[in-house]
Each structure stands twice: as C-alpha cells, then as structure tokens.
Design a protein around this ligand. Structure first.
Ligand SMILES: Cc1cc2nc3c(=O)[nH]c(=O)nc-3n(C[C@H](O)[C@H](O)[C@H](O)COP(=O)(O)OP(=O)(O)OC[C@H]3O[C@@H](n4cnc5c(N)ncnc54)[C@H](O)[C@@H]3O)c2cc1C
Length: 397
C-alpha cells in the first residue's frame, strides 16, 4: 500500500454520497486520498423519480449537483463511466482513464431485472435515472398528441405498468394524478385513458401490511387504475404485452418496475453474485476481498430471520455511514464495526396527499402518511446538504 491510502468510491447514489460525506468529515488531513466517480456530475434522488417520470414534477427537482454536496478540497470528483473493475490488479477502468486503489467502494446502484421476459428489455421503459424519466415523461405526452391525429388508436392511451412493488405503485399514483391534466391539455375524454397495473405475485406491495395494501389499491382504483394482480407478463412486444394465458393488452407505453438486480460490472469482475448482488460480510466487504466494500443495491444482506433485506435508499445510506467508519478504522488499524440495519419504516406515496406507510412501529395512511413521506425526503436533503439544500429543493418534494 502506498504511504497515503487511495480510496475510490464508485457511484454517487445514496451509498456513495453518504460514504463520501462521512469520510470528508472523519478523515484527517492527508490520511487518505479519496476519489468519487460518477457517470453524471449530479446526484439523483431516486426516491423522487416517479414524479418527473409521470410529469407531475420537473426532473431538475430530483437532482443535486455533486459539487454542491462534497468538499472538492477533500474529495476528488471524477465525472466518468466505469467500464470495468479489476480486483486482481486493484484497478478500475473508466471510459476515459484508469484509477488504482487501495480500498474500493462499489455503490453503482441497481439495474432493471426482467427475469428473461422476452422483449421486456427492448420494448419497456424503466424508472432508473434522470435520463430514463425524461424519456418516459416526453413519451407519455407524445402518446396524447399522437392519439389526436389517429383517434382509432386507443392503444396510445393505454399505459401498462409491470410490477406492483414500491416503484410501480408510486409511479401509478403520480400518473393517475397527471392524466386529468393531460386530458384537458389535449382535449381527450378521460374515460379513454387506461392505466393497467400487472403483477405476477398474489398481492401488490409485498411486505406491506395487507390492510394498507387494500387501502392503497382502493385509492388508486378510485383514480381510475385497473389492477391485474396474480397475472404474469409473458412477453412485451412493440404493440403491448402478452399476459396470463396469451391475452394481449395493446399499449404503446409499457413501464417495467418488476425487479432490481445488481450492476452487471460486478459479475463481470468475477465476484460471486446472486442477481448481480454480492453477499457481503458483516462489515460490508466482498468475500475474499478485505479492501472492497459493496453497498446499496449492489449488496446482499440477510435479516435475522434469514430473508434478504430489500434494496432501499434507507439501507444504502446506513451502509454508507458504516462503510466510512470501517474505512477510517482500517486506515488507523482499529477494529471494524459490524453493520446492523435499523429499520425506520417505509412509506409509499400514492400521488398527491395520499400515501401508506409503517413507521415508528405504527401504520399510517392518507394525508398523515403523505406528510411522513415528505419529512423523510426533507430529512434526506438535510443529511446530504444541510439547511441550504432543504430550502432550495425541499418545497418541490
Ligand atoms: C422510483 C423509485 C422510488 C423509490 N423509492 C424508495 C423509497 O421511497 N424509499 C427507499 O428507501 N428506497 C426507494 N427506492 C430504492 C432506492 O432508490 C435504491 O435502493 C437506492 O437508490 C440504492 O442506492 P445505491 O447507492 O445503491 O444506488 P443509486 O442511488 O442507484 O446510485 C448509483 C449511482 O451510480 C451511478 N452509476 C451507475 N453506473 C455507473 C457507471 N458504470 N459508472 C459511473 N457511475 C455509475 C449512477 O448514475 C448513480 O449515481 C426507490 C427506487 C425507485 C427507482
């Protein structure tokens, strides 16, 4: 190891940003050389992306410039795309250069998991980044404009959302709120617009309390959403989806939110993975690599009952804090701290003023849950950017 250890953090999402912020606070001058690499020069607030995707908010409100978050005197930021991780050489290959490291933090976020459904990767949209939601937002408006030119094509006005997990449900809530405005803007009869949610599992929002799930579905049904729960999508084509026993739902807009996997670069680097996620040790390190930490959607950890923790921003943030602590401890030859997840609860938005959630050991729904969701979002802004960021972005959340 060189005299000043080199720490390279891949990805400025929830895990990467929290690791960076903690390191810049805890490390002493010249104790380590820290580099943060990210595809874009902004951090995006993934938990907010369902709004710009549906068009109920502007994409800019879901992103923050990285230079406003980190202290560039303490952390070098490199805007680049990682193309290869080479653990055997302790190097990371970027699209425009190479970085060597003593400690590596992999926090590149997840990718959409299509479970091999034919045509899904090619024909469906996914809600994963600022660029992906810009596309969805524009596409939705375009369908209304197209319908006005070809009024026999009602498939332009049919929106299929695959998956009734967190992302799918939050997006549907926003889309259902957006539709009346679009109908007004394009002089379209609301009854012609269909929002269909198709979910293979026997319930929407698995893991949520059944009473809250029923409430959520009722709220969304009242907004005009049709649920096809317990129905698998067999294929996605350029003309729609094939579901169940071969029924075709014609649609020009399929949004897939049915699954998340880890980043492909991790498998390609030779790490052992399950759906692209590395089963990390109690200190968040990849097995056999004491100098490589894997966080957030790229890591796999199990709860005391032996079930994997779902990939969430909440766990990614807590892992970032723990990872920074362990990096500093490693450099100072102190003992590492095992990661213990502290579940603060989960809230799913159902559109304006409506949400369901479990927090502080209690169930919440309606306006109260929507307020808790807002508080969670504001807390996040405060953690990463303090009061100035809360004042700048908070009003949009
Ligand atoms: C619509 C939606 C709503 C959600 N709502 C919630 C919620 O309410 N609560 C909750 O807890 N979780 C929620 N989640 C899940 C949560 O957003 C993720 O679990 C969380 O973002 C994971 O954090 P991460 O640090 O692993 O990765 P991410 O936050 O995804 O960050 C990964 C970063 O790596 C960058 N990157 C990727 N590939 C490369 C590359 N090759 N080179 C360079 N940079 C790269 C990306 O640009 C990104 O900045 C939601 C997810 C979605 C999609």
């Amino acid at each position: 190891m060189s005299s000043i250890p080199k720490i390279v953090i891949l990805g400025a999402g929830y895990g990467g940003v929290l690791t960076s912020l903690r390191l810049q606070k805890e490390l002493n001058y010249n104790e380590a050389d820290v580099t943060l690499v990210n595809k874009h020069d902004y951090h995006y607030i993934t938990t907010h992306l369902h709004m710009p995707a549906a068009g109920t908010d502007h994409p800019d409100n879901a992103r923050v410039s990285i230079s406003k978050l980190i202290d560039e005197f303490k952390i070098d930021f490199v805007k680049s795309t990682v193309v290869q991780i080479r653990p055997q050489d302790r190097k990371v290959i970027l699209e425009d250069g190479t970085l060597s490291y003593d400690y590596l933090i992999i926090a590149l976020g997840g990718e959409s998991e299509t479970f091999g459904i034919p045509g899904m990767a090619e024909n469906a949209f996914t809600i994963r980044s600022i660029n992906s939601v810009r596309l969805i937002r524009e596409h939705i408006e375009y369908q209304f404009a197209r319908y006005k030119r070809e009024p026999h094509r009602t498939d332009y006005l049919t929106f299929v959302v695959g998956g009734a997990g967190f992302t799918g449900i939050e997006f549907i809530g926003e889309l259902a709120d957006r539709v009346p405005d679009l109908c007004k803007q394009f002089d379209v009869d609301r009854s012609l617009v269909k929002i269909i949610n198709v979910e293979a599992a026997p319930t929407a929002l698995p893991g949520f309390d059944p009473e809250l799930v029923e409430y959520a579905m009722e709220v969304l049904r009242k907004k005009g959403v049709t649920f096809r729960i317990g129905t698998a999508i067999k294929e996605c084509t350029a003309d729609g989806v094939i579901v169940g026993e071969g029924e075709e739902i014609k649609s020009q807009t399929v949004i897939w939110s049915g699954g998340v996997r880890g980043n492909r670069l991790i498998e390609e680097a030779g790490f052992e993975t399950m759906r692209g996620r590395v089963k990390v040790d109690e200190y968040l390190r990849a097995p056999g690599h004491e100098n490589i930490y894997v966080l957030g959607d790229n890591s796999l950890m199990f709860n005391p009952e032996g079930r994997p923790y779902p990939p969430t921003a909440q766990i990614a943030m807590q892992q970032g804090v723990n990872c920074a602590h362990n990096l500093v401890a490693s450099i100072r030859n102190q003992s590492l701290r095992p990661f213990v997840f502290s579940n603060k609860g989960t809230v799913a938005s159902l559109g304006k003023g409506e949400a369901i959630g479990m927090a502080f050991g209690k169930k919440y729904k309606g306006r109260t849950a929507a307020w808790i969701k807002k508080l969670i979002d504001l807390r996040y802004l405060f953690i990463i950017g303090g009061i100035p960021l809360v004042l700048r972005k908070g009003k949009f959340l």
